[in-house]
Design a protein around this ligand. Sequence first.
Ligand code: ASP
Ligand code: MG
Length: 463
Amino acid sequence: MKFGGVSVADGAKFRKVGTIAQRFASRGDQIAVVTSAMHSVTNTLVDAANQAGKKKKDHVRKAADDLAERHRKAAEAAINDKEILERTLESLNATCEDLRNVLLGIAHIGELTPRSKDYVAGFGERLSAPLLAGVLEDLGLKSKAFTGGEAGIVTDDNFGAAQPLMNITVLQVRQTLEPLLEEGVIPVISGFIAQTQEGIHTTIGRGGSDFTASIIGAAVRADEVWVWKDVDGLMTANPKMVKDAKMIEAISFAEAMELAHFGAEVIHPKALECAAKYQLPFRVKSLVDCDRPGSSIVSETKVKDGDVVKAITNISDVDLITVSGASMFGTPKLPAKVLQILTEEEVNVLMISQSSSEESITLAIPKEDGSRAQNALELSLLGSKQVREVSIEASLSIVAVVGAGMKGTPGVAARVFTTMAREGINIRAIAQGSSELNISFIIKKKDTERAVQALHDDFKLGG
Ligand code: ASP
Ligand code: MG
C-alpha cells in the first residue's frame, strides 16, 4: 500500500491511513506500506536547501523549526498511547535535529551540491515513516519503519533522479522485509529516498514514492500494489470538467502511462514501467470508501468491441513555441539542438510536432517555462542562418485522447477532428506517437472544457 502526501497531510489523516492498514491486516493480508512526506513538506525542504545555499541562515532555522513543529503536532494528534508517542517524538526530534544541522552546515559554507540537496529533500519521508509506524503500533499492530536505503533500495548516484539497481535491490529488500511480513509485522518504508552502494543518500525523482511502491512490491512479490487516493480511481475525464465522467475499471500499463504523461494526476510513469516489467498488478484505491475495488492497472486488458478510447485528458496552460525558418529544411541537427537547449534549461517539453515541409518545429511547454524557453532558444539560435524566428503563443491547452484500442483502428483521428470542427474549435497543432496510444492536439485554453466534454460524449465514455 502506498499513501501519498495528501493522504498523510495531518494527524487525523495519519490516523485514517492507520485504520485502513488495520482493516486489511485484520483480514489476514500481509501488508507493506510506503509513505510519502506530509503534503508540501518536500517543497519546503527543497526551498530551504536552496536558501541555505544562499547563506540564508534565519530562513533555514525557521523552516527547520516549522517542520519539527508540524510533525510533532501530527504525532500528538494521531498517537494516543503515552509511551508510543514519547518514543515516536524522540525519533522525530533526533531526525529534525539532524535536518537543522545539515541545513545550517550548508548555509555556513553557502554551497549546495546535488548530493546535499538530495540529502535535505529526503527528510520529509524520513519523518513520515516513523510517524506512521507509531500510529500503527498505537492501533495495536506490529510495525517497523525503514528508509528506502534501510529497506535495501540501492541506486546509482545520479542525484535528483537516481536509478535503482534492481537486481541487488530486489534481493536485499526481500531479505529485509519478507521475514517481517511472515511474522505479521507491517514495515513502513519511506518513499522517494534510497542510497548508493556506498550509503550516500539519494532521491529517485519528484513524485517518486509511487516508484518506491513498485520496487518494494516487485521485491516482496506482492499480489497487488494499492495506491490510495482521495479520488474514486482513474477517471474517463477530469470530473471537475465533465459531469458524467466515470471510473475506469481496468486499464493497461501502457494506457495508464499515457494518462500520467497527459495531466491526469495518477501514478508516476516510472512506477508503471517498473510494475509492467515485474508483472505486478496495480490498483488505485479510494480513501473515501476503502471497500470499493477502484481501478485496476494490469498487463493487458481485453479491448471490448468499439471500446477504442479509454479516456480524454488535458493539460491546461501551455505555451506553444514555434521555431521557424525556411532553411531549416533537411537540417536534422536543428531539432536535436532545440531539444538540447531546452534540456539544459530544464524545460519540460510536453509535445513536439514538425511539419513535413520541415519549415518549423512546434513545441508545447508548460506555461511557467514558456518565456524562459523562448529566451534560451532565441539566444542560441537567432544568430544562425537557419532560424528566422522563435515565436510564442500563450493561453493554450493540450487535449489527449487515450486508448490502446486506437492502434490499427482507422478513423479515430477523423472522428476527433470532426467533433472539433462541429464544435467550431480550431486545432493549432497535432501529434500522435507511433505507439498509437494517444492522439494529442493543441487548442485555445478557453475551449478546453467544451472539447473534452464533446469528445467524452462522442466516444460514449460517460456513465
Ligand atoms: N515527497 C516526494 C515529492 O513530493 C515524493 C512523493 O511524494 O512521491 O516529490
Ligand atoms: Mg504523487
